[in-house]
Ligand binder design. Structure first.
Ligand SMILES: [Zn+2]
Length: 151
């Protein structure tokens, strides 16, 4: 949440003309911006206001911050660890979830238990740490890993 942001940052917020935006006294009434809530990092009152603002200002914001990406961002192989699971349909009618740590760029896929899967977050470092703990060998073009004895 942006610090000190109380009001919705969409300049067109009052154009929603909702009853809760009415202020002033008889003969001198007006609509005013709503309070910001959880949208767009806490800067907007609704998703719609966030989109309306983004339509108008996002290009400028990116350019003025000097953060426009001109070349594709590259994630090197040492940072390519991830965990994932897939649903496994078995012929005997028993189905289950299979869990893995994988580094596709290194050609490594290590089966892990549900407990191991749940014990780490999605970060590259935690996935790599678990892979190292289990042990694996890099052998390009072939999926090679030591057997995972943990249950
Ligand atoms: Zn708004």
């Amino acid at each position: 949440m942006a610090q000190d942001t109380v009001w919705c940052q969409n300049p067109r917020c009052p154009e929603k003309k909702t009853s809760s935006q009415i202020r002033g006294t008889k003969g001198n009434k007006y609509y005013q911006s709503s309070k910001a809530s959880g949208y767009g990092s806490g800067n907007f009152c609704t998703l719609n206001c966030w989109y309306q603002w983004a339509d108008k200002y996002l290009d400028q914001a990116i350019d003025n911050l000097g953060i426009r990406i001109g070349e594709p961002v590259k994630l090197p192989m040492e940072s390519a660890w991830k965990k994932y699971y897939k649903y496994h349909y078995s012929s005997d009618g028993e189905s289950s979830y299979l869990h893995y740590i994988e580094n596709k760029l290194m050609g490594i896929k290590i089966p892990i238990t549900t407990q191991q899967y749940d014990s780490i977050c999605y970060s590259n470092d935690e996935c790599l740490a678990l892979a190292n703990q289990i042990g694996y060998k890099i052998d390009y073009g072939k999926v090679v890993y030591k057997s995972n004895k943990a249950t």
